[in-house]
Ligand binder design. Sequence first.
Ligand SMILES: Cc1cc2nc3c(=O)[nH]c(=O)nc-3n(C[C@H](O)[C@H](O)[C@H](O)COP(=O)(O)OP(=O)(O)OC[C@H]3O[C@@H](n4cnc5c(N)ncnc54)[C@H](O)[C@@H]3O)c2cc1C
Length: 438
Amino acid sequence: MNEVDRHARTDRTASATEPSEERETERYDANGRCDPSEASTTGRIGEPGAASDALDVAIVGGGICGLTTALALERRGIEPTVYEAASEYRPVGAGISLQPNAMLVFDRLGIAASIRSAGVALDRVTIRSSSGRTLQRFDVAGVERDAFGVGFVAIHRGDLLRILRDALDTRVETDMPCATVSSTEPPVARFEDGTTVRPDVLLGADGIDSVVRDAVVDGVGRRPLPTVAYRAVVPVTLPAQARTAGCEIWGQGTYTGGAPIDDDRFYWFATAPDSLVPVDADPATRLAALRDRHAAAPEPIPTVLDALEPDDVIRSALADLPTLERWHRDRVALAGDAAHAMCPFAGQGAAQGIEDALVLADTLATGDDTESALAAYERERKPRADRARAESRRLGSLATIESRAGATARNLLAAMVPTRLVDRMRRRRVANASLPGD
Ligand SMILES: Cc1cc2nc3c(=O)[nH]c(=O)nc-3n(C[C@H](O)[C@H](O)[C@H](O)COP(=O)(O)OP(=O)(O)OC[C@H]3O[C@@H](n4cnc5c(N)ncnc54)[C@H](O)[C@@H]3O)c2cc1C
């Protein structure tokens, strides 16, 4: 049993008999710092005799980033504890496209083959206009697969989370919403059920509305966009040539696309301005408006929309985060959407969190001490993730242009970008992935 487990068990028992607020406050000053005599002494790593598996790491959030971080830590001999707010993992939700930089990380973690076999390794992704004209075509074999041995994989999110959990020895404590982080030195997190943990390192992988982030930076919250995303997984049989092909369609204020995620299911997505469907519209009205809006899109979109049931469609108001001033404070750090939530247009949100995971595990396992390991993690990861976030926002403005003239000009320009330039950009994105040791 590691330190966190011991703390969790002890305090859970205690919380039934005494208010945890009182127990905590008396030991911390106004800045949330602990009396040094109370501070953990097991935070140093990489010292002779200080085995990294003695390091207590608590991860708040068991989404893609939290679970990938747990796996990356395990591969480095550190067994963290993951605290997840949801009461269970259910195989619902939408699909996700894992770009080659994410697949390189999964390759390092030994689960790339499982992900490819549960999902679909795409041979190409084509961007088209709504009239069906090809604006750009990414042939995966000629670029990413040749240069890096990995490509794009489309998979159901539920399958990805299952593969991550199956690969883990780490215990994932579900039904454990973190309520607050009251100290960063040492880290102290309190959960809604009264449990308090004091790990050596606390990681916030708790998504865009992160609670842990409040202990690292002041007053940062989501930046809403005037756009809504709709997603669904649709049972559909595609013609052979479409079974390994992803697509994006850039119309006039209509952005849609998707990819097959296994032999008979297609992951569909679309965005639309807030105004297209009232928030409280019933599912049938919502689907009718989406069908209407995307009626002219090239195949397979109309086929997919026809196969949809109203309740299949998941609606998400889009938002991202501003640039954070910092990603860590003392021994509390952020990763994934908690640090750099971005719009989905560059398909890099999860991929950047997956890169965070590998770097964080590497710096914690090899750093001189915990704080400098977290500083090294932030130095390596923050600039790249911030660039991806900014790029995604720019792409979003382009992909969702509403005016006819603007959409026509964008499509003309997109079709004119030389393939070798696009190929170079694609290679650079993968080559610049944060892969410790390369
Ligand atoms: C429409 C859309 C399409 C997208 N498509 C792609 C794509 O194709 N490719 C890609 O790479 N990215 C994509 N993304 C981005 C991607 O979904 C996110 O970047 C990714 O899911 C973030 O993972 P995460 O683990 O950091 O956060 P999350 O997925 O938000 O997970 C956070 C976890 O923490 C838990 N949690 C939250 N609060 C607490 C708390 N207080 N205590 C304990 N647990 C808590 C949550 O229950 C959740 O399990 C897309 C996003 C959207 C909106």
